[in-house]
Write a new protein. Structure first.
Length: 410
């Protein structure tokens, strides 16, 4: 169809709102009545006399000084020339546009999308708001009906309505509320400070929602491990040995998240190992984080959101991922390729009596156990319902050895 520009400016500037009768052709009854349910919109085809020559020329060109039946001949000509029915009708009946705008303001309604609310510590955890369809006046349909109604002398036109369907429904969202994976690690022998740090880190992750295509960053989510950010001093690994530092234990939180993410099928984009084999997880399944560049990151490559519940009890850390179900079950496999010799213990004099308080001079107490070097590999195994299994190697690691430390009373 030919493009057609409806020039309404001159007419609209002189025209009252549709429904005010002013011209010589005013009638007691409206030319058309548009109907939607119990609502009616009356259209009076009235135009004021032109005020100057320029407007008068446009007025006559469009047939606004003619009876509606005569103007229809102009509409017929425009349609035969290839113009859209809507444009042709509005050219000769411009006040219809104003009336249609009013009807659309009353009737059109955007669809309401379904929404999900995730409250990990509440019951139920998920609340889903149902979607609602919207509606929109189908203008193409309406103007076609207007044209044929005028041609046939009809006065009532039903407003054609086009439903607007929501993109997201409650049924779609409910599929993303299933438990996809869970993982836990024990810290039953940890100090109160270390337990506090693990709990605080996981509390910052609890309730996290990772949308489709979004990447999760442990460091960005948990924040800096500083006293100002709520973390306490506990044992950390620095340069292959244990020492005191603010935020000790946070790596156990990141490791728990990492393994739950693996089991949930997340795409791991950044992970680092410790220099020593940690005691709370198998080799090649730890995730060391720090404030100097080591982060745990993974991306949700699914079609919908992933929800994380993370919490602690008195003795363990738990992380659970919720989303739609995977077409397979994921398990982990740690393979130790080589174990080196354990170094001899290193003795030091406990001049501050930090570990040897109340002990006789020369008495000894082990402060930390040593560990041999370890070479290992990590695998995930995908098990399908039909019995097929697919194993994927995800990493190789070399952990350093560490000497045990023995404190000697001064």
């Amino acid at each position: 169809m030919k493009p057609f520009i409806v020039l309404l400016c001159a007419v609209v500037a002189l025209s009252p709102a549709a429904g005010v009768r002013m011209s010589a052709y005013a009638e007691a009854q409206p030319l058309l009545v548009f109907v939607y349910g119990s609502e009616e919109y009356a259209y009076y085809d009235d135009y004021p006399e032109p005020a100057d020559y320029t407007v008068s020329e446009e007025y006559q060109k469009r047939g606004l000084d003619l009876e509606p039946g005569e103007r229809l001949k102009i509409v017929d000509r425009l349609i035969k020339e290839g113009h859209e029915t809507k444009d042709a009708v509005l050219y000769c009946f411009p006040l219809l546009g104003k009336l249609m705008d009013k009807a659309k303001a009353d009737i059109d309604r955007d669809p309401v999308e379904s929404e999900i609310r995730f409250s990990p510590d509440a019951f139920p955890m998920f609340e889903i708001k149902r979607s609602e369809a919207g509606r929109q006046i189908d203008e193409e349909c309406v103007y076609n009906d207007v044209y044929f109604a005028l041609k046939r002398g009809l006065r009532r036109v039903a407003l054609g309505i086009r439903p607007l369907l929501p993109e997201t429904t409650a049924e779609q969202l409910s599929a993303f509320t299933r438990l996809r994976s869970e993982f836990s690690t024990s810290f039953s022998t940890s100090t109160a400070e270390r337990k506090h740090n693990i709990s605080l880190a996981l509390s910052r992750i609890n309730g996290k929602v990772i949308e489709a295509g979004e990447t999760f960053s442990f460091n960005e989510t948990v924040g800096k491990r500083t006293a100002a950010n709520g973390f306490k001093e506990a044992k950390i690994i620095v340069d292959g040995s244990y020492t005191d530092g603010v935020g000790g234990g946070v790596c156990q939180a990141s490791t728990t998240v990492y393994n739950a993410a693996l089991l949930a099928g997340m795409k791991i984009t950044a992970v680092s190992r410790h220099s020593l084999v940690p005691t709370y997880v198998e080799p090649s399944f730890d995730a060391m984080v720090n404030g100097s560049g080591s982060d745990l990151k993974f991306r949700n490559e699914g079609d919908g959101p992933v929800f994380i519940r993370a919490y602690t009890t008195a003795t363990a850390a738990y992380v659970k991922f919720y989303s739609d179900s995977l077409p397979y079950k994921i398990t982990r496999r740690s393979v130790t390729l080589n174990v080196g010799e354990r170094p001899e213990d290193v003795e030091f004099t406990d001049t501050e009596r930090k570990y040897t308080e109340g002990m006789e001079r020369g008495e000894k107490v082990r402060v930390s156990g040593g560990a041999p070097s370890v070479k290992s590999e990590g695998y995930i195994v995908l098990s399908y319902p039909d019995g097929r299994k697919e194993e994927r190697k995800i990493r190789s690691d070399n952990y350093s050895s560490s000497a045990g430390r023995v404190a000697v009373a001064p």
